[in-house]
Design a protein around this ligand. Sequence first.
Ligand code: GTP
Ligand code: MG
Length: 210
Amino acid sequence: MNFPPVSITFLQSVLKLEEAPVDSGIEIAFAGRSNAGKSSAINTLALRRNLARTSKTPGRTQVLNFFSIDEERRFVDLPGYGYAKVSGETQARWIEALEHYMTMRQSLRGVFLLMDIRHPFMPADRQMLDWCDYRGIAVHIALTKCDKLSRGASLKVLQQAKSMLAREWPQLESSVQLFSSLKRSGVDEAWELLADWLKLQLPEEKDSGT
Ligand code: GTP
Ligand code: MG
């Protein structure tokens, strides 16, 4: 597969779900704790440096940012949850927007859940998994920043994550992989899944050995 298999453009930022693009077609949400690397992952997957804004300061993405693949397909960069240092009021507003999105959005096909491999399955991640479980929405977990751990340590967390999903969310359609935006690793595996969710007709894969 050549990556990215589609071209992605910025569509719209909204504070409330009511302002979001029409709820039709297929949407994939990028979720995760603040600073997990959601915006970086979108850029990495889109092969664009600054499509989604990234930041060293947690809490950068404070709105729902929509990206267009084509008229029927979108990505959405969700606000990062679980960042303690923003005011209670701001936090409450994000959580409301997130919860509203997660419970109401009809075009939501799957959640691409980013978890820092060094701090997986934090309470807010569990909440997200519970929402998806409740609505019957598939989740793909990317254990990101895996460049921060050795290969062996990364594989161990991957295995633990798989067992935890099977044990605690047995009904949830889930999968998990290692990912690094810094090293651009895990991109092929992520696109395989995204292409499936997006029902993309991909050109025949050339055997490039990668
Ligand atoms: P919010 O918008 O605050 O919710 O954060 P976010 O989840 O969008 O995180 P963002 O992509 O802005 O990345 C946060 C920080 O982590 C930035 O300093 C990134 O450069 C860094 N980062 C993201 N992905 C990786 C990765 O794979 N490896 C390493 N080492 N750093 C990463
Ligand atoms: Mg962000």
